[in-house]
Design a protein around this ligand. Structure first.
Ligand SMILES: [Mn+2]
Length: 315
């Protein structure tokens, strides 16, 4: 019988400092099926810093989540043991070392088959998380929600930044070139070359305008076709949402998706072989009224629900 979250009808939701959705800590359970972990790292950002404070901001905003998810008709914490592993302590002054630390921690947290869902942190962390996912499952299909491509080569000569993780992942062969998609892309680029490079790596692009014009259901059906039965990793940069829905982030771009559209696409992934996910780039210093934190908490909740449903279906 899984240990569930703290009962908010007995202990008010605004007391204490708890794990994501008031779930138990990993050291309070025998083993977990789904592990939520924070990565308070933002040394790879190119503009506004502050995503190192993202994990606890998302946890704080997750207090209002309730145990039953009607959109997916599942009580994820009842059918799976979900636990919060706390934060992975990474070196803020050495990006290469931080990447190694994240990769090792991701492997350690998944040795017994647990699925890992991480709270960022900036997007640099997607590279070591994809490396770990590929170690466990082979090269993974990638669904990347982001205003930006994040397939640039270098910034100021630096290879490992929050704008480059997916080019590195392609070069290292940890993602499956047959099944790579960006969703929610928009905003100005450095040049046409950015798109040519990106296409060469195998990415398909669904822009935020495509979501508007084609609608969520058509877009989701196309994404599902591309992914098929492959192991799937979902990486969500919260800046995929319009700044109206997520002001608290480092590189905002106008014209983004609504949180309703994004949640609807995620729910449409039900039944796919989801093996891991991250929600990154939440920078609370630029947030107002917890708008970004609440959006991120709900995204994580639906990802946890998908992981729980997947595990349940396999049993
Ligand atoms: Mn990004």
């Amino acid at each position: 019988m899984p240990i569930g979250p703290i009962d908010s009808s007995r202990t008010p939701r605004f007391t204490g400092r708890d794990g994501f959705a008031r779930l138990p800590r990993l050291d309070q359970v025998e083993r977990a099926d789904i592990v939520v972990a924070g990565i308070p790292f933002d040394s790879g950002v190119s503009y506004r810093p502050g995503a190192r404070f993202g994990p606890n901001h998302i946890r704080e905003a997750s207090r209002l989540l309730r145990p039953y998810n009607p959109a997916l008709d599942v009580s994820p914490f009842e059918i799976s043991q979900v636990a919060d592993a706390g934060d992975i302590a990474v070196n803020p002054f050495n990006i290469e070392e931080a990447i190694e630390t994240v990769q090792q921690a991701a492997l350690d947290l998944t040795t017994d088959g647990a699925r890992l869902l991480t709270l960022g942190g900036d997007h640099t962390i997607a590279l070591p998380l994809l490396r770990a996912a590929a170690t466990r499952h082979g090269p993974v299909a990638l669904l990347h929600f982001d205003a930006h491509l994040d397939t640039w080569d270098t910034y100021f000569g630096a290879e490992f930044t929050h704008g480059t993780p997916f080019r590195r992942a392609f070069e290292e062969g940890v993602i499956d070139s047959e099944a790579l998609s960006h969703v929610g892309t928009r905003g100005p680029l450095y040049g046409k070359r950015d798109l040519e490079d990106d296409r060469r790596f195998g990415f398909g692009i669904v822009t935020s305008s495509d979501v508007l014009r084609q609608g969520v259901h058509e877009v989701t059906a196309k994404l599902r076709d591309r992914i098929g039965s492959r192991p799937l990793y979902v990486s969500i940069d919260v800046d995929v949402l319009d700044p109206a829905h997520a002001p608290g982030t480092g590189t905002p771009e106008a014209g983004g998706m609504t949180s309703r559209e994004l949640l609807e696409i995620l729910r449409g992934l039900r039944g796919l072989n989801l093996v891991g996910a991250d929600v990154v780039e939440v920078a609370p210093a630029y947030d107002h009224a917890e708008i970004t934190g609440v959006a991120a908490a709900h995204l994580v909740y639906d990802l946890v629900s998908l992981l729980a449903l997947r595990k349940h279906a396999q049993e």
